[in-house]
Design a protein around this ligand. Structure first.
Ligand SMILES: [Zn+2]
Length: 345
C-alpha cells in the first residue's frame, strides 16, 4: 500500500514537469509571434494634417518622414531629432515655417520662421512691448491658419490734458416800477466762472486715438449779471399824467435855419413844416414825423418841454436829437447836452 502510493506520487511529478515545459514552449513561441506581428503606430502632425503611421521594427523619425514622402524645408521644425528612434504611440510634429512681417514703430521686420506663438516671435526679435501696447494677434496667441502673416504692434501712450474753460455768466433782468420804461440799471456786473476739464488722451503710434473726460472741476462759479429795467410809463407834464412809450438819454445838439446849420437855409423841415423854435426837433428816422418828445430840461419854457419830431439830419442817428432855435447864437449857446427825454405815446 505504501509502495503503491509512492509510485503514484512519482508519476504525478513527471506529468507536472512535462506540463510546465509545454507551457513554457508555447509562451515563448507566442511571444515570438507577437513580436513578429506587432505594429508600432505613430502620429504624424504636419500642420493641419494628422495621420497615423504603422510600422514594424525600429525606425528613426527621419525614416518615418521619408516613408511618408514628407520633407522638411530649411526653416521647418520637427518636434524630435531626425535621428531619434521612434516608439509606439509617439507623435512626430512638423512645424512648417511661414513668412511673417512684424510691423512696429514705423518699421517692418520680414522673416521666415516655424515659430507660431506671437510672444515668442516678438521675443526673438528683441522687441520690447509696453504694458499698454496692442499686439495683433494678441500675445500668447498661436498663429492660426489663414493668418495674413502680419503681426502689428501698436504703441499706446496716455496723457492727461487739462484745459480751463470759461463758464458764461447768466443774465437776469428784473423789472422796477420806480424806474421809467427804457431805463436800465445794472445792479450787479456779471463775470464768467472757470471750470477745468481733465481728459485722458490715448495715442496710438503717436496719433491721438481717443479722449475721455476724467474729471471736471468748477474752479470759480460765475456771477450773474443783474439788471433792472423800468416799467413806469407815466410822467407828469403840463398835460397831467402823460403816458410815454420810452424814456431815454440822448445827446442833444441845437441848430437854426442858417446856411451853416442847414444846407438850404430856407427854414423848411424835412417833413415840410416851417421850422419853429420850442417845437421842432430833428430825430432819427425810427421816430416818425409828428412824434412828441417831452424833455424835462425845457419844462420851464413856453412849450412846457413838449417838442415834435419834424426834421431829420445827416448826423442825427442813434441817440442823437437836434433842437431847433430861432438864432444861430441861441443854438451855439445851447451847445451839446445829455438830456433825458420821454417819447410820448
Ligand atoms: Zn445856425
Amino acid at each position: 500500500m505504501k509502495v503503491h502510493t509512492q509510485r503514484l506520487k512519482d508519476l504525478g511529478k513527471a506529468a507536472r514537469n512535462l506540463l510546465i515545459l509545454a507551457l513554457l514552449v508555447s509562451a515563448m513561441s507566442a511571444a515570438f509571434v507577437i513580436y513578429q506581428t506587432t505594429e508600432e503606430v505613430v502620429t504624424i502632425v504636419d500642420e493641419e494634417n494628422t495621420m497615423e503611421y504603422s510600422f514594424r521594427g525600429n525606425k528613426t523619425a527621419g525614416e518615418i518622414l521619408s516613408d511618408n514622402d514628407l520633407y522638411l524645408e530649411e526653416m521647418d521644425e520637427l518636434s524630435m531629432a531626425l535621428s531619434q528612434e521612434v516608439n509606439n504611440g509617439d507623435t512626430i510634429e512638423i512645424k512648417r515655417a511661414s513668412d511673417l512681417t512684424v510691423v512696429v514703430d514705423g518699421k517692418e521686420y520680414a522673416f521666415t520662421t516655424a515659430e507660431d506663438q506671437v510672444d515668442r516671435i516678438i521675443k526673438r526679435l528683441g522687441l520690447r512691448i509696453n504694458e499698454l501696447d496692442i499686439v495683433q494677434p494678441a500675445q500668447g496667441e498661436v498663429i492660426q491658419a489663414g493668418f495674413d502673416g502680419e503681426i502689428r504692434i501698436t504703441r499706446v501712450t496716455e496723457e492727461m490734458d487739462v484745459n480751463e474753460y470759461p463758464i458764461k455768466y447768466a443774465k437776469v433782468t428784473r423789472s422796477n416800477a420806480n424806474m421809467d420804461k427804457g431805463e436800465v440799471k445794472t445792479i450787479q456786473r456779471g463775470s464768467d466762472g472757470l471750470r477745468s476739464v481733465s481728459e485722458k488722451v490715448v495715442y496710438h503710434d503717436g496719433v491721438e486715438y481717443s479722449r475721455t473726460i476724467v474729471e471736471e472741476v468748477v474752479e470759480r462759479e460765475p456771477k450773474e449779471e443783474i439788471k433792472e429795467v423800468g416799467t413806469n410809463v407815466y410822467i407828469a407834464t403840463s398835460r397831467g399824467q402823460t403816458r410815454f412809450q420810452t424814456a431815454m438819454y440822448v445827446t442833444a445838439t441845437a441848430y437854426c435855419s442858417c446856411t451853416i446849420c442847414t444846407g438850404s437855409g430856407n427854414g423848411i423841415t424835412a417833413s415840410g413844416t416851417r421850422a419853429t423854435a420850442s417845437r421842432t426837433i430833428a430825430a432819427p428816422s425810427n421816430f416818425r414825423f409828428g412824434t412828441e418828445f417831452y424833455i424835462p430840461y425845457f419844462r420851464g419854457s413856453s412849450n412846457r418841454g413838449i417838442f415834435k419830431v419834424e426834421d431829420r439830419g445827416g448826423a442825427i442817428r442813434g441817440n442823437r436829437i437836434d433842437i431847433y432855435f430861432n438864432s444861430h447864437e441861441e443854438a451855439i449857446r445851447f451847445g451839446r447836452k445829455t438830456l433825458k427825454v420821454y417819447v410820448l405815446d
